[in-house]
Each structure stands twice: as C-alpha cells, then as structure tokens.
Design a protein around this ligand. Structure first.
Ligand code: SAH
Length: 415
C-alpha cells in the first residue's frame, strides 16, 4: 500500500450520506479542518473517513481544486494508484467497444470516457476515427493525463491524441489554458499535418480541424437524436438553429429534406458545414444537389427567429449551447429557453414539429418541460410530445452521480 494512503481526511458528521452512496464530490465545507496534517496535504491519494473513523473511500485530495476531494475507489482493498487509472480507462474503453465495435459499424466517433460517470473525474475523451480528443476540466485529470494518454495509445494506437483544457474550468481549477498534441504517443509542439480529422457517424462523413472546433470538435451526444429527428424530414422545409457543423442538417438531407436554413453565430462552423455537405456529396451519401438546398446564415439565432415569417417551416431544430453554465445562471437561462421556444412555437407551421434541446446540467428534465409548457401557453398553442430525447449510451448517466445527466429534449408537434 502506498505511503500516501496513510493520509486521512475526515468528513464532517452528517456530510457523508451522499458519499456513502458513491457520490464522488466533497466540497471544502464538508471536510473536518482540525487535522493539522490537512495543511500539509497536496495532490495526493487519501483515505477518507467519516466522523466515527469508518472508511468511506479513497480519494484524491488537492486543496487548489474547487472540489478539493474527489472520491475514486469505495473498495478498501483497491487503492487508486497509477494502475487504477490504467485499469479504469481500459474498462471504460472496453464498455464502449462492446457496442460500437460490433453493433454500430457505421459510426467511428464516440465518447470513450464520460468523466465521473465512467469513474474518471475531469476527463471527457472522444474518439474520432484515427484521432482522440481529451478534454480536461479538473486538476486531478491534468495531473494524471500522461498515464491516460499512454494507456489510450497502447490500447487503440491512434495517429493523434489532442489534449485540451476546458476553458470553462481553467480558472476555477487553476490549470493552464492550453492544447497539447501527441503523435504516436510522443508529445509534439505542433500538429504533424494540417489534414482535418475525418470520422463517420451513422454512415455520414464529417471533418473538423484538430484543436480548432468547439468542445472536442463535434457533438457526438446528439448522434441518435439526429436520426430520430431526420425520420420526419422528407420533403419538408427545415430551420436548423444553432446548426454548428451540421449534424442535424446532414441527416435531414440524407432523408430527403427539401430546403434548410442553417443558422449559427460562428462563421467557421458554417464553413465546416459547407465542406461537410461537399464531402458527403463526393462520397455519394447525400443527393448531388444537396448543396443547393441549404442556405447558410451567420446570425444570432434569437434575432433570426424573431424575423422569420409565421408558417415558413415544417420543422425547427433548436439546439442552443449550454445556456446555464452554473446554478446561478439558471434563472436567466430559463428566460432564454422560454423565449426561443415560444418564438419557435409561434413561427412553425400548424401541425409542424419543433425538436428542442437543453444541454444545461443545472436545468433538470422536469424544469425544462415546465419551461416548454410556459412557452406553449404564451404562444397560445397546444403542443404534444412526440419523442423524448436524451444522451446516448456513450454518455452514460451514473445513478450515484446525477450531475452526469445533462442532455434532454423533446420532439414537439405544434397544433
Ligand atoms: N446542433 C449542433 C450543435 C450545436 S452547439 C450539432 O448537431 O452539431 C451550439 C452552437 O450554437 C454552436 O455552433 C455555437 O456557435 C452556436 N451559437 C452560440 N450562441 C449562438 C447564438 N446566439 N446564435 C446562433 N448560434 C449560436
């Protein structure tokens, strides 16, 4: 047993309930401050005990993190040493390949590690064909990135591993705002070539520039929802709001959508959408006139929708970025979700569909449904839920960690 596990952190009386149920986060207010030893601990594995001195778990203690204690192993005989990080990564990757290696051959882009839901705090790791993108949002992940990179390289032998720190957490976690590149396992100062990263999702081709896109480059969490939505797109006129590089647009084109307005505030995202359309035409995946069916609008989605004439679209897709990044932003986000959904309900044709999403973890599914009901009331429309949308199986929801559930949505029929 490593020496550091002799270090003990005690959780205050009454603060251990969630932790015993395997919730992994311990904030500073829950930690007993009296131990003088605590002051000397820094970035280390500790034995976590309750106020009666009973073992709860092993955790990673780092007072510089905004979550200073992160629980890793609840088994007293399993110490989270380097081998634990290796084993836990391998297990997570194997879980994904159970599905994507066999069942889903038409997709080679998916999430290998979904942070705490896969027991690896602060790591979101996405596979894109021959490349892997690692997004780091916690100091504990920054400290362990090399062991994870080596493990991924050995397991999957990718051409390229890109490691990016999540700008939403660099300040609170005191980690550098940076991107690192590893070619065949060795760190390199720049990209080995300028070829875009190519991958497939449900048979369609996509590409993005390494290290330049939003998040890890693509939003693979919407994979299944794109398919569900596209089932209704044949011969329809669609508005894809917050389209990014065209996940919804491309699947709708494949299913015979007639005409699409694609709206995003990012010009780079729209350029990439245009090249993704060309790529799929070249590969024979969508009709050769598909590029004539899509109009690109670099615009604020809220303003764009306000200007749209009523009864223009059969389908409106609303997939905004995370509007509530923290709990304190929930109220403002509720107003924004209500506004944009009300506008969509007002503008879509009678009998038309609105595919609406929220990826804000701090807005629950129930809250989102309530917001939609307020928007429905204000628009004077009756609305039916046709489909429920969620996050796919490569973004698992761990029951002991409710924070891992974040993506929710509905396909709504506006009467
Ligand atoms: N639907 C996309 C993912 C959307 S991500 C897909 O399937 O891949 C959210 C997108 O919203 C990003 O591309 C971002 O550039 C865009 N965005 C953020 N704020 C916006 C705004 N106010 N108006 C329009 N687009 C916005």
């Amino acid at each position: 047993m490593s020496e550091s596990v002799d270090s003990i952190v005690t959780v205050k009386a009454g603060k251990d309930k969630q932790l015993i149920r395997h919730h992994p986060w311990v904030f500073s207010g829950a930690i007993e401050p009296d131990s003088t030893l605590l002051q000397s601990l820094k970035e280390t594995v500790v034995r976590v005990k309750n106020s009666y001195g009973q073992f709860i778990a092993y955790g990673w203690y780092d007072p510089e993190s905004h979550i200073p204690l992160r629980l890793l192993s609840w088994e007293e005989h399993i110490v989270p040493d380097s081998q634990w990080w290796i084993d836990t990564t391998i297990k997570s990757v194997k879980r994904r390949f159970e599905y994507f290696g066999t069942v889903q051959k038409s997709t080679n882009a998916f999430r290998l590690v979904h942070g705490e839901a896969d027991f690896l705090p602060g790591f979101a790791i996405d596979l894109y064909g021959q490349a892997i993108v690692v997004i780091i949002s916690a100091r504990v992940a920054w400290a362990h990135r090399h062991v994870i990179i080596t493990t991924l390289q050995k397991l999957l032998n990718p051409e390229l591993i890109i490691v990016q720190t999540d700008t939403g957490f660099t300040r609170s976690e005191k980690i550098p705002d940076t991107t690192e590149y590893y070619s065949k396992g060795n760190e390199v100062s720049a990209l080995p070539n300028n070829e875009p990263i190519m991958f497939t999702e449900h048979g369609l081709y996509y590409s993005f520039e390494a290290g330049k896109g939003q998040k890890s480059g693509h939003f693979c969490d919407q994979r299944e929802n794109r398919i569900k939505m596209a089932m209704y797109a044949k011969d329809k006129r669609m508005l894809d709001l917050f389209c990014y590089t065209g996940g919804f647009t491309l699947q709708a084109l494949r299913k015979g959508c007639n005409m699409i307005d694609a709206v995003d505030s990012s010009g780079a995202a729209l350029d990439r959408l245009a090249s993704n359309i060309q790529l799929n035409i070249r590969k024979g995946k969508i009709h050769c006139n598909s590029d004539k069916l899509v109009t690109f609008h670099q615009a604020d989605a809220f303003e764009f929708l306000r200007e749209v004439a009523c009864d223009t679209y059969d389908i409106i897709v609303l997939d905004p970025p995370k509007l509530a990044k923290t709990k304190s932003q929930v109220e403002g986000a509720q107003r924004a979700y209500k506004d944009i959904n009300r506008l969509a309900f007002e503008k879509v044709k009678t009998g038309g569909l609105v595919a609406t999403f929220s990826c804000s973890g701090s807005v629950s599914r129930e809250q989102f449904k309530t917001i939609l009901s307020w928007a429905a009331k204000d628009s004077g429309k009756e609305i039916q839920i046709i489909e429920s949308f969620s996050q796919p199986l490569d973004h698992p929801i761990r029951l002991s960690f409710p924070e891992s559930e974040y993506l929710k949505g509905y396909l709504l029929k506006v009467l």
